[in-house]
Design a binder for this molecule. Sequence first.
Ligand code: SF4
Ligand code: SF4
Length: 68
Amino acid sequence: MASITIDEAICKGCGLCVNACPKRVIALSEHRMNSKGYFVAEKVNPQNCIGCAFCAIMCPDCAITVEK
Ligand code: SF4
Ligand code: SF4
């Protein structure tokens, strides 16, 4: 099964990956903040990931790694 890893330490909560994902795998957390004060992206429907890598391509900070 495909999966992604989000490096929360470098995520800036921009939400681009959320909008890029066709399977609604990712959402911005409403409660978890990283050390920089950003609400981080997190996996909410990991089982839906198809490994398309749209999220990783969109992320301006290269915070997402895709594994197939
Ligand atoms: S690899 Fe594709 S399906 Fe999986 S989280 Fe990223 S955009 Fe969504
Ligand atoms: S695109 Fe990258 S920096 Fe922006 S919310 Fe997603 S993981 Fe974080």
